[in-house]
Write a protein of this length. Sequence first.
Length: 310
Amino acid sequence: MVAKADKNKSVKIKDIMRLFLQYDNEFIPIIDSKLNLKGLIYKNDIINDATETAFIEKKFSSIYSKYINYPEEAEFLKIVGDISDVNKFPALNQKGEMLKLWNKKNLIDSYYKIKKKGSGVSGGDLDEAGNINKILNSLTVNILIVDKNNKIVFANKSFLQNLDFREEILKNQDIKKIFPDIKILTDNRAKKGVLYKMEYGHENWIYSIVKLNDYKADAVCYTFYNLGDFLTFADNKYMREQKNSIKKRTENIEKARLTDIMKTEEKELIESALQRNNWNITMAAKELKIPRQTLQYKINKYKISINVKA
């Protein structure tokens, strides 16, 4: 694991590969000392070049400019849409040193902070609801958000287009006035996975209700699906499962390959430290900055012979 910024440590490509394995993320954000996003480093870009020991021993800073990528908004929204709200991932500086553990909110806030500065717009950073609205507007599902009084505070572009509404008509309206038969969360709790049905505009609609913890206080999100589209979506479930299964198997093969490379590198690293310290396990453990018991375990694991002179 790459520790927090350490001036005495030269971060290498193999250290970055270990981070991808440890946190199981498709990318790592690169940030500056003020936590501004500089861009993303993608796992596949690193792995595609990790074919020989000489490469993974290079300093991360030496290849940083080759792999850094600052995504366009459409690409960024697709990326954050695939991230779990609870997922944590490392944020590194340009040398590859870990500065912070970030989550989805940190990434969104930093991206739109930089984007807003770059566009020349004055004022403070976007608030969290504003950031979420941008993401919701990029989605093709129909989304409506109401506050704790069941007043409509937001409708995404898909909702306005597919259900034929104008935003100014919906804003601050009671959702019951728009959809008289719609379900309301009387106990302020959404039932996970429950789908409801209603008729609107001579069409049948399926909808779900979700409580939003990271939006305005006590906000509730309604997601609407046209019944015909929803059934098509359900029919394709098997194909999606097959695709995800293939993707998972491919990722497991990729991880196994990286694990073999890292085991070889770790064994060589331990043997080198032991040689430099005349095969003294205590001194070698101190140099490697790991407990003696851990080093002893790894010596046994890799079947390293201790060459002690008589």
